[in-house]
Ligand binder design. Structure first.
Ligand code: 5GP
Length: 237
C-alpha cells in the first residue's frame, strides 16, 4: 500500500490517504512535543520505537476483543490503519494520581486511585484540551450516549488488559489517553498507544519511563521507551 496524499500533519504523526478510501497510512515521526506544541525536539529512533510499540499494543488489545483501527506495520515508521471518523474527545483513565489531576485537585502525586478514575477532555490545542463531561458531549453533539458508554467501557477494558501486561513486565500503568472514531457505524480505538500518551513507572523504583522524561527535561527519553519495549518483548529494528 502506497501513500497518496498528505491529509494531516500532527505533532508526532503524519496521516496519508491511500488508494483504498477506507485505509490510511500513519507515519510516526521523530518529533516530540509537549505543552501543546511549545516544546518540540527531534529524538532519533523515536518514530520507529513508537510505531513498533503501538502495533504490539494494538494487537494485544485486538486479541482481547477491543476493536482497533490498526491493520499492519508497513515499514519502520509506518502503519496501515482503518480510516476512522475521529471523535474530538480524549478519554483518560488514571490508576495513580499524577499530571494534571494533581495540579487541578491538589491531590498527592503517586496516590493510588481505587477505583481508577475516568475523565473526558476536548481535543483542542488552542483551548489546551479542556476537561468536559458527558453532558457537554451530548449538548454539543460530539458523540451519542451510546458512544459515550462504549468509550467508557472500552477504555476500562484496555485498563484491565494493559495494567496486567505492564505489571507482568515490572511497570505500573499510571494513566493513559485514548481516542476513538467511527467506521461503518461502529466505534474503534484510533490514534496510538505509546509512551507519548501514557505514564509508566518502574514498579520498584518508580522511575518514569514515559513522555514525562521529555516534559520534565529528565533526559534518556528514547532510551526509556526502548526499555519499556524491551521489557514487553517488542521487537525493534
Ligand atoms: P494529564 O491530564 O495528566 O496531562 O494526562 C493524562 C494522561 O493522558 C497522560 O498519560 C498523558 O500523557 C496523556 N495525555 C493527555 N492529553 C494528551 C495529549 O494531548 N497528547 C498526548 N500524547 N498524551 C496526552
Amino acid at each position: 500500500m502506497k501513500k497518496v496524499k498528505e491529509l494531516f500533519n500532527g505533532k508526532a504523526k503524519t496521516v496519508y490517504s491511500t488508494e483504498d478510501k477506507d485505509k490510511l497510512i500513519l507515519l510516526f515521526r521523530n518529533d516530540t512535543s509537549a505543552f501543546d506544541g511549545e516544546k518540540i525536539e527531534q529524538l532519533d529512533r523515536k518514530g520507529m520505537v513508537n510505531n513498533r510499540f503501538n502495533a504490539f499494543i494494538m494487537e494485544k488489545l485486538s486479541e482481547a476483543g477491543v476493536p482497533t483501527h490498526h491493520e499492519r506495520i508497513l515499514s519502520d515508521q509506518e502503519s496501515l490503519v482503518k480510516c476512522l471518523e475521529m471523535l474530538p474527545i480524549e478519554c483518560v483513565v488514571r490508576n495513580i494520581a499524577s499530571g494534571s489531576l494533581v495540579r487541578r485537585l491538589g491531590i498527592e502525586d503517586g496516590l493510588e486511585l481505587n477505583p481508577p478514575t475516568f475523565e473526558f477532555f476536548l481535543k483542542n490545542d488552542e483551548l489546551h484540551d479542556p476537561m468536559i463531561n458527558d453532558y457537554h458531549i451530548i449538548s454539543f453533539n460530539w458523540a451519542s450516549q451510546d458512544e459515550i458508554d462504549k468509550m467508557k467501557s472500552l477504555t476500562f477494558k484496555v485498563n484491565k488488559v494493559l495494567q496486567k501486561l505492564f505489571l507482568d513486565a515490572g511497570m505500573l500503568l499510571v494513566d493513559y489517553k485514548l481516542e476513538f472514531g467511527r467506521f461503518n457505524g461502529q466505534l474503534y480505538l484510533g490514534d496510538e498507544f505509546t509512551p507519548d500518551g501514557c505514564r509508566l513507572w518502574d514498579v520498584e523504583t518508580r522511575k518514569k519511563l514515559d513522555k514525562d522524561r521529555f516534559r520534565q527535561g529528565l533526559g534518556g527519553v528514547v532510551e526509556a521507551y526502548e526499555e519499556v519495549a524491551h521489557r514487553l518483548g517488542v521487537e525493534l529494528s
